[in-house]
Ligand binder design. Structure first.
Ligand code: COA
Length: 371
């Protein structure tokens, strides 16, 4: 049975932070840290912090700016984390709220209503609570019958979510499924860490997947999906429900995002390039017939190297759209933002690949064809 992506939607926060603002705030934090610990620093028991640099950030990552839910808290050198008002159990949670906004846009683009949907998969790298599932709250807010569940495969959550939606539709569990990725990455980013304070931004993407029952559908048909995981500690976050039982320090940096960026860069590129290559080969699709690569948005050079390995030449800007400069890394939403923004200009029958990669390691490749 054919499954189509019939609509996409996005919620983009109103506030954004450019590299200059982020670096100024970090440097103020570093200066006051060095002042506070100047005696220990002079004795050599504590290492002084060095300044961050805008040109470095753009050069090594391609990131120029990021959208965030709360700019003020992040840029406050005394706080260095977003400030979100705690909500009562009777209020919609912030993840559900931004998810509803993205889902409504996906439904509108698919010309569908909430009552046409059978299931909601909330697929993202960080969920704001253990239970009830955020997906069930989204289902309730939208007024959807059927079922909903949360899933987390870090930066590959959305592509693994697409795989689940396709499986659910093919198994007859649902005729149409919303896959929504509310990625509030500013909540797990350590803004006091010079090596990574620039990496992430906030966003929410949504996709409507439907059983393809005839000619009324528009959008993209799923040709094939492929998933791969390889265990690695090079991207890790130890925050979890056993922290208190373990008497673990909830404020220590390992309860936020930590990565060995250089290792990730080197190890993930060949895994992704060979997965996409094999996936296309298995489907008898020559790479030179692929019109677009909607890749995960973590690092510009990484994407350029992956595309070069696949194509045997540098990719054109239209072949491999980049949203990283504006949005930064938005975890599993990155490749879906690129797909959402750069899908309309392809012609019927054109083929593209949506591919995510990240912590786990986890890689998801989705071959799609415009209908
Ligand atoms: N400003 C100025 N200098 C900085 C800096 C900053 N903010 N952060 C680090 N540096 C310095 C380092 O101290 C280091 O200095 P040294 O050479 O004197 O030791 C140098 O710049 C290089 O740092 P490094 O962290 O090795 O940079 P990098 O080239 O590896 O780039 C990343 C860092 C994170 C951008 C890059 O590794 C990356 O994107 N990796 C892949 C990430 C990924 O895909 N993750 C998966 C998804 S979550």
């Amino acid at each position: 049975m054919s499954v189509v992506i019939s609509g996409t939607g996005i919620y983009t926060p109103e506030q954004s932070i450019n590299n200059k603002e982020l670096v100024e705030s970090y440097n103020q934090y570093a200066d006051s840290y060095n002042e506070r610990y100047k005696e220990d620093i002079s004795k050599g028991t504590i290492e002084a912090l060095t300044h961050s640099n805008e040109d470095f950030i753009k050069k090594v990552s391609g990131i120029e700016s990021r959208y965030v839910l709360d700019k003020e808290g992040i840029l406050d050198p005394e706080r260095m984390r977003p400030l979100l008002a705690e909500r009562s159990n009777e209020q919609p949670s912030v993840q559900a709220e931004i998810a509803v906004s993205a889902c409504l846009q996906a439904l509108e683009n698919a010309n569908k209503k909430a009552e046409d949907v059978d299931a909601v998969i909330c697929a993202c790298a960080n969920l704001q609570r253990a239970y009830p599932a955020v997906a069930i709250e989204i289902q309730d807010l939208l007024g959807i019958e059927g079922y909903a569940y949360d899933m987390n495969v870090a930066c590959s959550s959305s592509t693994f979510g697409i795989q689940n939606a396709v499986s659910d539709i093919r198994a007859g569990l649902a005729k149409s499924v919303l896959v929504v990725s509310p990625e509030i990455c500013s909540g797990h980013l350590n803004f006091k860490d010079r090596d990574g304070h620039f990496i992430f931004g906030d966003v929410c993407t949504a996709l409507l997947l439907e059983q393809d029952v005839g000619s009324d559908k528009k959008g993209y048909k799923i040709i094939d999906t492929r998933l791969k995981t390889v265990f690695s500690n090079n991207i890790r976050n130890n925050f979890g429900f056993l922290n208190q039982a373990e008497n673990s320090d909830l404020n220590s940096p390992d309860k936020l995002f930590i990565q060995e960026g250089k290792r990730v860069f080197k190890q993930v590129i060949p895994i992704v390039a060979s997965l996409i290559e094999d996936h296309l080969q298995k489907n008898n699709i020559p790479i030179d017939t692929v019109s677009r690569l909607w890749l995960h948005q973590a690092n510009l050079s990484m994407n350029q190297l992956i595309a070069k390995k696949l194509l045997g030449r540098d990719p054109g800007a239209e072949e491999m759209p980049i949203v990283l400069d504006e949005y930064a890394n938005t975890s599993s939403a990155g490749s879906i933002i690129a797909f959402h923004k750069y899908q309309d200009d392809l012609n019927v029958n054109d083929i593209g690949v949506i591919c995510s990669f990240g912590a786990g390691y986890s890689v998801g490749s989705i071959i799609v064809q415009k209908i």
